[in-house]
Design a protein around this ligand. Structure first.
Ligand code: FES
Length: 368
């Protein structure tokens, strides 16, 4: 039971500035200060961001929207960005990345969590997390951006890829974007059409918005099946394409953009699953050197350097594990790596690489 109300705890964080100075000089330990503050309220921390759950709302059969109010350490975010959510599960600290579906003017945030069969974090959030409880959040990251000068925008989402695009769409419409927008959302079943009531209401309110769903498990759906060129009939006015979903989906849209839309149409894609491994390019083993850890081991060429480092007991900083947040960036000191998303090779020494989407192509030495 917190000793002080959350609203009070949120606004008193600036009072802790002198304590921060003592921690910076190492006269106090941050973990010990946080332990004392947490007795007053679990969301009260010196520097870490914790948020109180203000609302839970089911927006699809398998997706829950959570409205969160962060403490005063939150540094802000843009719609369409992502953040890490940290939970304790049976004594193990776990984290997952979720997209912001709304960033409210009063500081509240909304994320939407889709149930992942066999997952450990989503069932915790969907089934156990109650209004009033607190969650730790990481900083916002992500580069999807809506061009407000565009004369036509095409939004293509698969599964929970709808979430960052919805955040951008809500914001753009609220700010007066009136050029044509088409949203096409691919789901397996009708009940997975997230935010369907709101999207239908927006479509009725804004004449420039068209929303369509492709239900891949329903042969009668129109359009039907996975993304294909024929699903996009009238794209002449489109100047910007935003795609979000599993890596294979984003790759198919990227391919359509390359072949048909052309370079005059701006494309941004974000995949929320690890890129598929190209087994043909990635057989065999190479020598991995982790310079600061003074470790040299053999590793296979299919796995990311993040996975390979973790398999050796190293704990590189990381967030999204999808190549978006840049928190796993390290220097490539020597050797050659392959971008798992594009197959592109990089070998210039001392260049920054993202461990989670880079696989060793030849022997490598990493500054880790
Ligand atoms: S962990 Fe986010 S870019 Fe690698």
């Amino acid at each position: 039971m917190p000793l002080i109300p959350f609203a009070w705890a949120r606004t008193r964080l600036p009072w802790l500035r002198p304590v921060r100075a003592l921690v910076a000089r190492r006269w106090l330990r941050e973990s010990e200060v946080d332990a004392v503050l947490a007795v007053l309220h679990p969301a009260l921390h010196l520097n870490r961001v914790f948020a109180r759950v203000e609302e839970r709302c089911w927006v699809a059969d398998d997706m829950l929207a959570l409205t969160l109010r962060p403490n005063g350490n939150w540094r802000g975010a843009q719609p369409g960005q992502h953040l890490q959510v940290y939970v304790e599960h049976r004594g193990v600290r776990l984290s997952r990345s979720y997209s912001l579906t709304a960033v409210h003017a009063d500081g509240r945030l909304e994320i939407a969590v889709k149930r992942q069969p066999g997952g450990r974090v989503s069932p915790h959030l969907l089934d156990w997390l109650a209004v009033g409880q607190v969650l730790e959040l990481g900083p916002a990251f992500g580069e999807l951006q809506w061009d407000s000068r565009s004369t036509g925008v095409l939004l293509l989402a698969a599964g929970s890829g709808i979430t960052p695009l919805l955040g951008l769409l809500r914001e753009a419409l609220a700010q007066g974007f009136r050029a044509p927008v088409t949203l096409l959302h691919y789901v397996r079943e009708h009940g997975q059409r997230a935010f369907v009531d709101e999207l239908q209401a927006l479509q009725a309110q804004y004449r420039n918005l068209t929303v369509r769903w492709a239900v891949t498990g329903d042969p009668a759906s129109e359009p039907s099946g996975r993304f294909q060129d024929a699903h996009l009939d009238d794209t002449e006015a489109v100047q910007q394409v935003l795609a979000c979903g599993p890596a294979g989906f984003v790759e198919r849209v990227r391919d359509w953009h390359r072949r048909i839309a052309g370079p005059q149409v701006v494309f941004q894609g974000e995949a929320f699953t690890p890129p598929s491994r190209d087994a043909a390019q990635a057989s065999g083993t190479v020598q991995l050197g982790f310079a600061r850890s003074q470790l040299s081991v053999a590793g296979d060429r299919q796995r990311s350097l993040l996975e390979l480092a973790e398999a050796q007991g190293l704990r590189p900083a990381h967030g999204c594990r999808q190549g978006i947040c840049a928190s796993c960036t390290c220097l490539l000191l020597a050797g050659e790596v392959r971008d798992l998303r594009t197959g592109e090779l990089f070998s210039e020494p001392d260049q920054p690489i993202r461990l989670c989407i880079s696989a060793p192509h030849r022997d490598v030495l990493i500054d880790l």
